[in-house]
Design a protein around this ligand. Structure first.
Ligand SMILES: Cc1cc2nc3c(=O)[nH]c(=O)nc-3n(C[C@H](O)[C@H](O)[C@H](O)COP(=O)(O)OP(=O)(O)OC[C@H]3O[C@@H](n4cnc5c(N)ncnc54)[C@H](O)[C@@H]3O)c2cc1C
Length: 411
């Protein structure tokens, strides 16, 4: 029987593991937290950014299935924010999808090493309450967001933009509850008050404006507003400093909202995410690197395995400002399968925000629906390779695309 090991259970890893198990592979999914979902749950990221062009969906398959299950459980979509979701419902649905597909899930387990022999991973090293273990598979799929497994296996990786290698900032998402949303100040007024509080030194967040979304729960507003720059998400010391700084900014913003902004008079800081949100860290070097021009030119590829029309969206790595470059209205670009194939390691696929791309392209492909689509493709490709005893690079892209279409994916 084909054996597939998926490292990381975020949007990409969840889809990869479910897709691989459904095709009959013995599938092990290793996740460091006590729940699945990655940034969607641990990072409290919300809502799902757009995945439609010209009124048609660009992502289907396991992502759409998950949305349907969440909607049936009352955990997806509301009038004010149609693609908002309840992270607790996503966790439950993710468990159910894995259990039904018979994915063997290992939570609370960290991938910390890879044993490579003759250019292939022989097994990975994990650490957990059970101690050190060395699970092995035929094909490995790195969905850690940070390309941890690829990096540990020796795949060349890049971080940040050309020149200074600075990545997009980290953001600690937080939520305010007991907000009088009916009488909440309009966004323009909130931003005017935000600028005034910054000028007085009461708010130190370097962002240019307040980015907020409605949550599903009545009276709860979600803030994607803190901004922590100049720190690397692949350094434990930097991550610690980022959590401290993000928390400081979140509490400062909560005090400002309650004191200055109409609608927030009786509001309180309900929750900060369990971990600071990481937009960008390592990107693998692979058989093809998707570029910013591919995104804005809506480029299609013969081996396209995922589609998106989300713009280039670069939050300034140094302070205020956000660069947006759109995909032509009604059109989309494709992500080639080659972006999932790392250089130097034969039996490894990579899916999610750390695939082979430039800093510019990564700022678009990183959104959650696209990561689900990439994960699903990687899971299917992994089984095709394992069953045939070939490397993922030898999987015929047209067969992969056909298999994805058969399971409702849009390629
Ligand atoms: C602040 C912020 C706001 C965003 N806003 C939006 C938005 O509004 N809409 C949208 O669609 N997208 C948004 N995004 C983007 C999106 O959330 C992420 O890019 C996406 O979740 C990436 O998916 P992934 O599966 O590649 O990685 P992740 O979601 O990061 O998942 C990786 C998983 O791997 C696990 N893991 C990592 N390392 C290891 C290891 N060594 N061993 C075991 N497990 C490991 C992690 O715990 C995690 O579960 C936002 C991101 C951030 C940070």
């Amino acid at each position: 029987m084909a054996r597939v090991l998926v490292a990381g259970g975020g949007p990409a890893g969840l889809a990869a593991a479910v897709a691989a198990a459904r095709r009959g592979a013995e599938t092990l999914l290793i996740e460091r937290y006590g729940f699945l979902g990655g940034m969607a749950t641990a990072g409290l990221v919300n809502p799902f950014m757009g995945w439609h062009a010209g009124g048609k969906p660009l992502v289907g398959g396991i992502f759409q299935e998950m949305l349907d299950l969440m909607a049936a459980a009352g955990g997806y979509g509301c009038e004010r924010q149609p693609t908002a979701f309840d992270a607790e419902v996503l966790k439950l649905v993710a468990d159910q999808l894995c259990q039904q597909a018979r994915v063997e899930v290992r939570l609370h387990t960290l991938v910390i090493g890879a044993h490579v022999e003759d250019g292939s991973i022989a097994c990975v090293a994990t650490e957990s309450k059970s101690g050190g273990e060395e699970p092995a598979a035929d094909i490995y799929v790195d969905c850690t967001g940070d390309a941890d497994l690829a990096f540990l296996a020796g795949v060349p990786c890049d971080e940040g933009r050309d020149g200074d290698h600075l990545t997009q900032p980290m953001t600690l998402n937080f939520r305010m509850a007991n907000v009088d949303v009916e009488h909440m100040a309009p966004r323009k007024e909130i931003n005017r008050l935000f600028d005034a509080a910054k000028a007085e030194g009461r708010v130190t967040c370097p962002r240019e404006n307040v980015l907020l979304f409605y949550a599903l729960n009545p009276g709860v507003v979600h803030f994607n507003t803190t901004r922590v720059t100049g720190l690397r998400a692949t350094s434990a010391a930097d991550l610690t400093a980022a959590e401290f700084e993000g928390r400081q900014q979140a509490h400062e913003l909560a005090r400002f909202l309650a004191a200055d902004v109409p609608g927030f008079e009786h509001a309180y800081l309900q929750q900060c995410a369990a971990q600071i949100g990481v937009r960008e860290s390592r990107r693998i070097r692979g058989h093809y690197a998707l570029t910013g021009e591919d995104v804005v030119d809506a480029r299609k590829f013969p081996d396209g395995i995922a589609r998106s029309n989300y713009p280039i969206d670069i939050h300034s790595p140094t302070g205020a400002g956000t660069v947006i470059r759109s995909v032509p209205e009604g059109d989309h670009y494709e992500i080639p399968y080659r972006c999932l194939l790392p250089l130097g390691v034969d039996n490894l696929l990579v899916a999610g925000r750390c695939i082979s791309s430039t800093h510019e392209a990564q700022s678009s492909l990183r959104i959650m629906p696209t990561c689900f689509a990439m994960g699903e493709a990687a899971g299917v490709a992994a089984v095709m390779a394992a069953e045939r005893g070939i490397a993922p690079a030898e999987v015929p892209p047209e067969e992969l695309r056909e298999a994805l279409r058969e399971q409702g994916q849009v390629v």
